[in-house]
Ligand binder design. Structure first.
Ligand SMILES: CC(=O)SCCNC(=O)CCNC(=O)[C@H](O)C(C)(C)COP(=O)(O)OP(=O)(O)OC[C@H]1O[C@@H](n2cnc3c(N)ncnc32)[C@H](O)[C@@H]1OP(=O)(O)O
Ligand SMILES: CC(C)C(=O)C(=O)O
Length: 505
């Protein structure tokens, strides 16, 4: 079995998904979870792109111990300096420098000749190498590049000090056969290629990102780049959980393995979905809500007789737990603590006590508390931001009847600790609430997306609301959960507003 290194770029390419804007705390929580998942390399961000991203990358670099932490840089001195500054304290730092090699990108975007691109690439890899031993070089749009030119530039950047060569299918254009052949060509035509790891980086524009990544591996790639839940620019990236589980389930066919801790997959997927606001489609392979559900009679009959008739993956393999211990009003601390541990949370005694209190409050309103409900409570406790200065909802009331416009009355605690209240109307209850909150925070906001879903089933299920707001031409996401949909909607709105507030301060 050949071990394939996993390079996770959820925090960089994943964050390039339209509307996704993670704050520093969320990036750090995701990074810690990626480390638990066993990724070999995590791309924490693009430090030259903003001070916020720089700070987040630096925090991650100073926290993560087991995975290599890398940061992206264009092939220029400033980007490389910023990337190095941000990651230099990491236990295993790597600078990731990229430049495009396809005719269209070189001519129309970079406005450089191929010779100039070679010169810049070599010079910048040398420059980065003066700072850091581990240098990844990416040939952006490699899959639309001339193979002979690509081989020549790769040979030179390896001589300049690159340790990893990444050949992205930047626009998701290639096919498995073509992509595999590109790797084979480099193995056969670049004399010093054995000195480096070769890497895939595939986008899913034609739905072939996973197949292309596997084709790359079958032809010599030893590193695969991708994201959890397949999020990323446009149609997204290769989905890493799909790759790792494919290698596990079809090890009879593929002689490759990864060091993914497979039963951390579901938790990682849920965390990323919650923080990014990108809801995982129910039918998504491995992590979708329906991935292990059997609806039709013939399937149910088969599964009852022998689960393997229709189940090629057990839910437990990827960390989906089926528990027979029901948590509810009469459960005590021991069962609660046991379930927390089963769900993989490692909380201090103080946080467990807070979580237990929140759980008991929920049981007053909900007969049976599911793992999904617990997950929400535990995530909120784990990433508790209550000691930060931010807006807090004190109370609200909405008056609704079908003959009049709804009216909302809201009371908030401001970041300075002042209590403010106001009243306003709207076409619907949510709009009335949002208009009122907007008046209290004295900011003009545009709601660009609103998504309401239930966590679990039944009339007493928790409501989860994701919103995207545009404030000061900046897009921020917010998330709120509560038993009541209006409370969840208010929390999500304030959560987004608080992010703007945190980003500004
Ligand atoms: C394939 C990928 O996913 S690449 C990563 C994409 N991610 C991002 O772009 C997200 C972060 N980006 C940003 O915040 C901004 O684009 C910044 C801060 C990096 C740059 O902003 P600006 O300086 O305003 O430049 P802008 O983005 O408009 O244009 C990009 C410039 O970089 C140049 N450039 C693009 N790629 C490279 C590269 N790999 N190496 C060197 N220069 C490059 C372009 O030619 C253009 O240069 P020009 O201004 O001389 O025409
Ligand atoms: C910068 C590179 C690695 C990239 O994201 C791409 O080409 O898609």
């Amino acid at each position: 079995m050949t071990r394939i290194k996993i390079f996770d770029t959820t925090l960089r390419d994943g964050e390039q998904s339209p509307g996704v804007n993670l704050n520093q705390l969320e990036k750090l929580e995701i990074a810690k979870q990626l480390e638990r998942l066993g990724v070999d390399v995590m791309e924490a961000g693009f430090p030259a792109s903003s001070q916020g991203d720089f700070d987040a990358v630096q925090k991650i670099a100073r926290t993560i111990k087991n995975s290599t932490v890398t940061a992206l840089a264009r092939a220029n001195r400033n980007d490389i300096d910023r990337a190095w500054e941000a990651i230099k304290d990491a236990s295993h730092p790597r600078i990731h420098v990229f430049i495009a090699t396809s005719p269209i990108h070189m001519k129309d975007k970079l406005k450089k000749t191929p010779e100039q691109v070679v010169e810049i690439a070599v010079e910048m890899v040398k420059y980065a190498k003066e700072k850091c031993d581990d240098i990844e070089w990416s040939a952006e749009d490699a899959s639309r590049s001339d193979l002979a030119f690509l081989a020549a530039i790769i040979e030179q950047v390896i001589d300049a000090g690159a340790t990893v060569i990444n050949l992205p299918d930047t626009v998701g254009y290639t096919t498995p056969k073509e992509y595999g052949e590109m790797f084979k060509y480099m193995k056969e035509n670049v004399p010093n290629i054995e000195r480096v790891d070769l890497s895939t980086h595939c986008h899913d524009d034609l739905g072939m990102a996973l197949a292309n990544s596997i084709a790359g591996v079958q032809n010599g790639a030893t590193q695969v780049e991708g994201t959890i839940n397949g999020i990323g620019e446009r149609a997204g990236n290769a989905s890493l959980e799909e790759l790792a589980v494919t290698f596990e389930i079809r090890k009879d066919f593929y002689p490759f393995t990864t060091q993914f801790v497979l039963n951390e997959i579901k938790r990682t997927s849920d965390l990323i979905s919650q923080f990014t606001g990108m809801v995982v489609p129910g039918n998504k392979a491995i992590v979708g809500r329906n991935a292990f559900a059997h609806e039709s009679g013939i399937h149910q009959d088969g599964v009852l007789k022998n689960a393997q008739t229709y189940e090629i993956i057990t839910p437990e393999l990827v960390g989906v737990h089926s528990n027979n211990l029901v948590l509810g009003k009469h459960s005590g601390r021991h069962a609660f603590k046991d379930r927390i541990q089963q769900l993989g949370f490692n909380l201090s005694d103080e946080k467990i006590a807070d979580a237990f209190l929140a759980f008991k409050q929920l049981t007053d309103r909900k007969k049976e508390v599911t793992d999904d409900d617990l997950f929400v409570i535990l995530m909120e406790i784990q990433t508790d931001t209550s000691n930060r200065k931010q807006y807090q909802l004190r109370s609200f009331q909405v008056q609704y009847d079908s003959a009049h416009s709804p009216t909302a009355t809201v009371s908030l605690l401001t970041p300075d600790g002042e209590e403010v209240s106001g009243k306003n109307t709207g076409a619907g209850s949510v709009e009335a609430l949002y208009n009122t909150i907007e008046g209290l925070i004295k900011e003009e906001t545009y709601l660009t997306d609103f998504n309401l879903s239930s966590i679990g089933r039944g009339k007493d299920a928790l409501a989860e609301v994701h919103v995207s707001l545009s404030v000061d031409s900046q897009t921020v996401n917010g998330r709120g959960t509560a038993q009541d949909v209006l409370e969840a909607a208010s929390s999500a709105f304030l959560n987004a507003v608080n992010r703007v507030f945190i980003l500004r301060n």
